[in-house]
Write a protein that binds this ligand. Sequence first.
Ligand SMILES: Nc1nc2c(c(=O)[nH]1)N[C@H]1C(S)=C(S)[C@@H](COP(=O)(O)O)O[C@H]1N2
Ligand SMILES: [Mo]
Length: 220
Amino acid sequence: MAEEDGVRLEGEVREKLLRSKEQWAREGRLLTGTTGADRLPPGQRLVTDFPVLDLGVQPEVKPERWRLRLEGLVENRLALNWDAFMALRQRDFVNDIHCVTAWSRYDNTWRGVASRDLLELAKPKPEARFVVFHSYDGYTTNVSLDSFADENVLVAHSWAGKPLDRVHGGPARIVIPRYYFWKSAKWVTRIEFLAEDRPGFWEVRGYHNNADPWLEERYG
Ligand SMILES: Nc1nc2c(c(=O)[nH]1)N[C@H]1C(S)=C(S)[C@@H](COP(=O)(O)O)O[C@H]1N2
Ligand SMILES: [Mo]
């Protein structure tokens, strides 16, 4: 096992780490894999509550009215209703949230459908390289198709073992942990596949297009 940042771990601790990682792998759980000081990105502070941030409109979307569409450059357009979405393979995820307003929250447990499972159904065309998430409040945000396809990305309907609150994007939201949280669209309804990148709501208002908290890609 390689040393990280020149910090050598004791044999016993390394064993434990290895065992728990093997355990996570067996369980199919996806964790951030980072611990201690390396876990908090630059300029962030840890919180234990769960702040609410949005445009001020919190749409009330009843599950029976909710749809998730995958369209644009895909072989199979999808329009999933709630039952169809819930009938897909359900997986659990654990990850850290990093908001551009400088709060981070560790160990969020989510349940939902992995982006990879959705991609397998929709089959993006070879020319598809970007996606835009569209939400019921009119919000949009963009990421590369590659990052959407990361194994820790999901459309979540539960948080901490309960249905996702409306204020946090219920009935369903995107969770894309590697970026600042504005990339995690709440109240998601449409995932559009594109050949060219198309900046979303905040991205055209001075936020960074890429949003990597480890590189402090906040603005610009
Ligand atoms: N639909 C929608 N999604 C959104 C937003 C929004 O205004 N509308 N705000 C983003 C921002 S800036 C952040 S930090 C997170 C906040 O999510 P939370 O309210 O669950 O903490 O949602 C993101 N997703
Ligand atoms: Mo944010």
